[in-house]
Design a protein around this ligand. Structure first.
Ligand SMILES: *Cc1c(COP(=O)(O)O)cnc(C)c1O
Length: 495
């Protein structure tokens, strides 16, 4: 299967090339030229498999130039007991009859980014080999918190690669910051950026689309690639867990095979929920994808009005991984919903760049209305949700998951939809101890990893091992930079 760019359909590449390049040269994102359908009887077969087998099955449908044996080796290494604390990898937990949590934080960095970033290094280094590429690969990452650590953990000491992570200096939690700045590995660099996530992301995109910079690095033996969710190799492993969750509900007799369910997804860059959109297009019975935002509600407004307007105040919230005003992966959705119109998609992106907003066609808006719902949850409501779920069900959730839960409650009240719903749970509550403690009515004493013990005693739940191990670690990387300095930072790193 070929991959094409959202801004130029003629730019068609193999899956290995799409994964190696990350972003198409004219700035578009790679999408499959046509989304493969699950063959007749596939869901039954998938129900009988474990997570790793499901991952091989689903990924193979999209990756013609990878062998089954290769993918089997990758999933064994990516989702093995060394990294994940449960053989189920992405377990589904029941809250009540129609509400279930898909827990995507059992990996090494305790957030859902591990689902993709434990896999990406294998997909990427294999792609480089397949393409006969002789240069080494430098991964550039802009992170709102969780991607950075997950990418560092995935790429640390991977031969033939270096990885450089930029995070907004004041936009990540203390634990997230320490997770990144204490990263081990001889091929890693972590930099704070004076600005917010969008500043970091925009600058990384500019570095990628600067031909002179690429040329210069190429002469020095380096090519750039991306571990952000704009890379197809990031998105694809995420399609797997939608299908896997559905199979788990069938196996647990919560639903019958063929029943349509809803997914509610805490959303930032629109990667996670977009993977759900691909799963639906493969034929997974999904009725609604509910897009949950925090106070940065640009997506909620977009789904309501069809106008994407980034010209608004940026808010720092207790769910920092969703503090985003420009959701890159939306471009892929627009491309698909326009019927694969690259000129139309490029036009929207150009409007966004020039004027800070765009308005989608009636056709796209109608398709959005039938597939998606959207809503917003404030910090105050988020804390309420955490408190109530803990009091009523003894279920402890993090702030991002709680945003999704809060939006789901409102959606159910407004629409009367009571379909079985999977809430995508994206982080361990122990990554955001301060806010979770406050939600439980406690006053946090101390900061960062010091709070882990306090939350353990307040909740009676044990923290994941990788977070406990943070106590006593110190930062290796302490520098912060202005946006304009970042290209030079990359040059020096690759000297
Ligand atoms: C990244 C992240 C999100 C948002 O996911 P997107 O794919 O960017 O929409 C939500 N929750 C957590 C904990 C995250 O790390």
């Amino acid at each position: 299967m070929r991959y094409i760019s959202t801004r130029d359909k003629e730019a068609s590449v193999s899956s290995a090339q799409a994964i190696e390049q990350g972003l198409s040269v004219e700035g578009g994102l790679f999408v499959p030229a046509c989304v493969p359908r699950l063959p007749e009887g596939a869901l039954e077969e998938l129900c009988a498999m474990n997570y790793r087998q499901r991952a091989v099955y689903v990924m193979k449908l999209f990756l013609e130039d990878y062998q089954v044996a290769e993918l089997t080796d990758f999933v064994t290494r990516a989702y093995g007991p060394g990294g994940f604390d449960t053989p189920r990898v992405a377990p589904v937990r029941r809250l009540d009859r129609n509400t279930h949590f898909l827990e995507l934080w059992h990996g090494p960095t305790c957030a859902f980014k591990d689902m993709a970033l434990q896999m990406l290094p294998y997909l990427l280094t294999a792609a480089v080999r397949k393409n006969g590429e002789e240069r080494k690969v430098c991964i550039l990452v802009a992170t709102s918190g969780d991607t950075g650590k997950a990418a560092l953990e995935g790429f640390a000491d991977v031969e033939g690669t270096k990885i450089c992570v930029f995070y907004p200096r004041d936009g990540v939690s203390d634990i997230q910051k320490l997770q990144m700045t204490s990263q081990a590995g001889g091929n890693v660099l972590v930099c704070a950026v004076n600005g917010n996530f969008d500043d970091a992301q925009t600058t990384v995109k500019e570095i990628f689309s600067d031909p002179a910079m690429r040329e210069e690095l190429s002469e020095a033996g380096w090519m750039l690639s991306s571990a952000n969710s704009i890379n197809w190799g990031r998105l694809l492993p995420q399609v797997v867990y939608y299908i896997s969750a559905y199979c788990d509900l069938v196996n647990g007799q919560e639903i019958a095979l063929g029943d349509a369910i809803d997914f509610c997804v805490p959303t930032g860059n629109f990667g996670d929920i977009l993977a759900g959109y691909y799963a639906k297009n493969m034929g997974l019975p999904i009725k609604k994808l509910i897009c949950a935002s925090n106070r940065n509600d640009v997506l909620t407004d977009f789904f309501k009005t069809g106008v994407y307007d980034r010209k608004r105040e940026f808010h720092t919230t207790i769910s920092p991984s969703m503090d985003i005003l420009v959701s890159s992966n939306l471009e892929r959705l627009l491309f698909h919903l326009s019927g694969g119109d690259d000129k139309e998609t490029a036009g929207y992106m150009d409007d966004l760049k020039r004027t800070g907003e765009y308005t989608v066609s009636k056709k796209i808006k109608a398709a959005m209305d039938s597939l998606f719902a959207a809503g917003t949850c404030s910090d105050q409501e988020t804390k309420e949700v955490i408190r109530r779920a803990f009091e009523e069900h003894k279920y402890l959730m993090d702030t991002h998951t709680a945003v999704a839960c809060g939006v789901l409650e409102k959606y159910r009240r407004e629409t009367g939809d009571d379909a079985v719903t999977v809430v995508v749970s994206t982080a361990s509550p122990f990554k955001f101890c301060g806010a979770v403690l406050e939600a439980l009515g406690q006053t946090p004493v101390g900061a960062g990893p010091e709070l882990i013990g306090q939350l353990e005693s307040a909740s009676g739940v044990s923290a994941p091992e990788p977070l406990r191990a943070l106590a006593g670690k110190t930062a290796r990387f302490t520098d912060s930079f202005d946006k304009a300095q970042l290209p030079d930072v990359v040059r020096r790193f690759l000297k």
